[in-house]
Design a protein around this ligand. Structure first.
Ligand SMILES: [Zn+2]
Length: 419
């Protein structure tokens, strides 16, 4: 049965070869992705183990490892010297995490975070750019691109693979735009084009709640969870939901817009005319205003409330616990609808205080769901931006442009750059 030699029959629709090629391509992408994910989770790891964990044939794993090695994403690690056996089938492979970085940009209400992340999702450099001159999109995005450029020029020998941009509000991944972000005053801002024109790098854009679900999936504590709800409570309040490896976006990426869901017991008037909307009630602005009213802080920085509580101010601790309880009620609402295995909460008190986490869990009140704080308490915004790009990389590692081989490339680069 030599399929390839057979002429196209009338029973073969003309689209079949193209469809078959597309299916082959998709299969190859999926397999390469599975191999790279396994190396991320288990590396250094033998190819035979990768085959066992992924269900791919040893030959296929060898083939994919060769491709990923050629791209510079993985490398063989030092093999344990053993006398018996010929060849080197058990030389383990691991991520080549020092070579590549992705850029991450997160646009928050008071500042933009720019960062570089390595292939393990670790932040290797980070900078905050304040919005002292306002949040006009052109200026904010030009500053972000400049900030990334500065970080890259300081990261000697690291090659950038792309940039991920995350923000709250309504962010449409497919068109690469921030459709609406009321607190920034942004509407239909073409973020992907703006950053990619200025950096010359491929750029991906997504909502920060979804971006952080991908970060948890790839690098976080909730890795391996079959369904996950993420609740992001900053100045913006939004949510994201994933089953297995797929984050739900919905048409035009509108999923997770929960800012105006009513929260029982809420007292805060919202700009939409209702009272007790999630975002009005739980935003950091509200937290800081209440903290100022109670003379806990004078600033508009939620971290100062956490610091006051850590230094023993009972009013600060009470305020944070109150907020955590309200966050728990919000989580409960969503949990009842979506029934996820894991709930991840990004909220300043819950990430830093056990009493807040306890209050959150009590308010959720369901023992069958694992309720955990974000895995990235020290760098959550930097991780959000970079994860948008890393998610794309891990889904389709073969799309990485071929990099110069390590040995030939490195001496030339370092002598050039050490001025
Ligand atoms: Zn509202």
């Amino acid at each position: 049965m030599s399929r390839s030699a057979a002429p196209l029959s009338l029973l073969d629709p003309p689209a079949a070869p193209a469809a078959r090629r597309a299916a082959d391509g998709a299969r190859r992408r999926t397999s390469a992705s599975a191999v790279l994910r396994t190396v991320l989770e288990h590396g250094p790891v033998a190819r035979s183990t990768i085959a066992r964990l992924t269900g791919l044939s040893p030959a296929s794993v060898t083939d994919h490892c060769a491709r990923l090695d050629a791209l510079g994403l993985i490398r063989e690690t030092a093999a344990p010297r053993r006398a018996k056996g010929a060849g080197r089938p058990h030389v383990p492979v691991d991520l080549d995490a020092d070579r590549f970085v992705v850029g991450g940009v997160h646009v928050a209400v008071p500042y933009t975070s720019v960062a570089l992340l390595d292939l393990r999702g670790r932040v290797v450099a980070e900078r905050r750019l304040g919005h002292d001159e306002g949040t006009e999109p052109d200026r904010v995005l030009a500053n972000a691109a400049r900030g990334l450029g500065a970080l890259l020029s300081e990261a000697e020998g690291r090659l950038p693979l792309g940039v991920g941009v995350a923000a709250g509000g309504w962010v449409d991944r497919d068109s690469g735009t921030v459709v609406e972000h009321a607190l920034l005053g942004w509407r239909d801002v073409a973020v992907r084009d703006a950053i990619s024109e200025r950096t010359g790098l491929p750029v991906q854009v997504d909502g920060h709640a979804r971006a952080l679900v991908n970060a948890e999936r790839l690098f976080g504590r909730a890795r391996g969870s079959r369904s996950m709800l993420h609740l992001f409570v900053g100045n913006v309040v939004d949510a994201a939901f994933a089953t297995h490896d797929e984050v739900h976006h919905g048409p035009r990426s509108q999923a997770g817009a929960i800012a105006h869901l009513p929260l029982a017991g809420g007292t805060e008037p919202c700009e939409c005319g209702q009272t007790g909307c999630l975002q009005a009630e739980l935003s950091e602005r509200t937290l800081c205003r209440r903290a100022r009213e109670r003379r806990i802080i004078r600033s508009a920085n939620p971290v100062h409330v956490v610091r006051a509580a850590a230094e023993g101010d009972p009013a600060a601790a009470r305020l944070l616990v109150e907020r955590a309880r309200m966050v728990g009620r919000a989580a409960r609402l969503l949990l009842d609808v979506l029934n996820p295995e894991t709930v991840v909460v990004t909220e300043v008190g819950v990430m830093s205080r056990q009493d807040c986490l306890t209050a959150l869990r009590e308010a959720v009140g369901r023992r069958d769901a694992l309720v955990v704080p974000s895995s990235f308490p020290d760098s959550v915004l930097a991780v959000a931006g970079g994860s948008v790009a890393l998610d794309v990389l891990y889904r389709d590692p073969l799309s990485v442009p071929a990099a110069p081989k390590r040995n030939s490339a490195e001496p030339a680069r370092s002598s050039e750059e050490s001025n």
